[in-house]
Write a protein that binds this ligand. Structure first.
Ligand SMILES: NC(=O)c1ccc[n+]([C@@H]2O[C@H](COP(=O)([O-])OP(=O)(O)OC[C@H]3O[C@@H](n4cnc5c(N)ncnc54)[C@H](O)[C@@H]3O)[C@@H](O)[C@H]2O)c1
Ligand SMILES: [Fe+2]
Length: 388
């Protein structure tokens, strides 16, 4: 067996209502005055107030930062860190999507070490510690609650990652009741993002291993069997629980077996068109799988049966094609646009997008097949639709 390494969050708590019991976790970690990081949308729909009230009822004095913007810019991180410093906080909690969790991760490091934000970017650049950290996702997508990564927007079209095991929280709390009101389109986009995490972890070129494989397969089964119900029947608790767990398992898989070309080609779409991360992934997913098939068809054949939920007849290549067809159908069923053209991408930008995708070598090296500039361009052309 090939040797491998696997890193995980020390404690995952899963259960409806568990977000109302954060005080016990704070106490365990010696936290009295946590900074609670969230976004204005979640405050305005009243999702955060019960969590705060439960902390206060147990005698804690939380301080709230509720100004997280989607795809959080550096200014958001710095503002949250400044509030935390002035407020003498002793721990950080995020209740929100990937954006809030990523801000919380970096703030916990900035408050717990002497480093500046710009010193943290890259792999293993965090040299100090961090404050106690509890992450509570409200989307079933990024898996950020169990990944050692935070993604920050650094310029108009650029993002940078902080990647360090120090960013893994002390506790990840999965409370599906927080996701019951997630709008259908966000459910669809974030759900497909999580499915892509599982698919790309399963075909990750260098670091896939028996633990990430099992997590990816279980995640993909949970996600593909529940995403339609979660989108069309948002209040279905069981579907929401399965989606949240599936996204977490997929996050744990790709935290150890990193994602590849789907994400590499998705990032420029987010950067230039502000297309949400999950939708960007969804738009290029089938065409990247078709491109990869010659190098990964045995693995795709295995995943076809997981996504379809029944044995699939035929050769590995037929099964791999069945996986792509099933994913195209799923994207249609959850009402996401299918082509770059439908998503508003300009045909004249495809070359520029392909050049940008080439900058994502950190991700492309995990892809089962090498991707050249010409390959990226032909994938974008295929994803554009309308015979571009
Ligand atoms: N750290 C990682 O490992 C990792 C991985 C992938 C992506 N990311 C990052 O995560 C971010 C995307 O995160 P996301 O997709 O979870 O979305 P998000 O946090 O950006 O939130 C998107 C929108 O959904 C709303 N929302 C969230 N939960 C809701 C709920 N329960 N009910 C109603 N509305 C709700 C928010 O208010 C917001 O308007 C990006 O910045 C991306 O780069 C991080
Ligand atoms: Fe993703």
């Amino acid at each position: 067996m090939q040797s491998f390494e696997f890193t995980a969050v020390a404690r995952i708590i899963n259960g409806v209502g568990s977000a109302l019991e954060l005080a016990a976790q704070c106490r365990r970690l010696g936290v009295e005055r946590p900074l609670l990081v969230t976004d204005p949308g979640l405050m305005s729909i009243g999702l955060i107030q019960p969590v705060l009230a439960a902390l206060e009822k147990e005698g804690l004095s939380p301080l709230v930062f509720d100004q997280v913007r989607e795809d959080p810019p550096e200014a958001t991180v710095l503002a949250a860190a400044e509030l935390a410093r002035r407020g003498n906080i002793d721990g950080v909690i995020a209740v929100g999507g990937g954006s809030s969790m990523d801000v919380a991760k970096v703030v916990a490091v900035l408050l717990g070490s002497q480093q500046t934000l710009s010193e943290l970017y890259g792999v293993d650049q965090v040299t100090g510690g961090r404050l106690p950290l509890i992450l509570v996702p409200t989307t079933a997508g990024t898996g950020s609650e169990v990944t050692p990564v935070a993604v920050i927007t650094t310029g108009e079209t650029t993002k940078a990652g902080v990647s360090s095991p120090v960013l893994l929280p002390d506790v990840a709390v999965l409370d599906a009741s927080l996701t019951l009101g997630l709008p259908a389109s966000i459910t669809a986009m974030t759900g497909v993002d999580a499915m892509v995490h599982a698919i790309e972890a399963y075909t990750s070129r260098h670091k896939k291993n028996p633990l990430s494989d099992n997590l990816a397969v279980k995640a993909l089964a949970l996600l593909s069997r529940n995403i339609r119900t979660a989108v069309h029947e948002g209040g279905n608790r069981e579907a929401r629980e399965n989606m949240l767990l599936g996204a977490c398992l997929a996050g744990q898989a790709f935290a150890n077996a990193p994602v590849g070309a789907v994400h590499a080609l998705a990032y420029p779409l987010g950067g230039h068109y502000h297309i949400p991360h999950g939708l960007s992934n969804s738009l290029v997913l089938p065409c990247v799988l078709e491109f990869n098939a010659s190098h990964a068809e045995e693995l795709y054949a295995e995943l076809a049966e997981v996504v379809i939920g029944a044995p699939v007849a035929g050769s590995a290549s037929a099964k791999s094609a069945a996986l792509t067809a099933a994913l195209r159908q799923l994207v249609d069923d959850v009402k996401l646009p299918a082509t770059l053209q439908q998503a508003g991408v300009k045909e004249s930008d495809l070359e520029m997008l392909a050049s940008d995708a080439m900058l994502q070598q950190r991700l492309l090296m995990n892809n089962p097949r090498d991707v050249s500039y010409e390959d990226a361009l032909s994938i974008y052309k295929a994803a554009y639709g309308g015979g571009a």
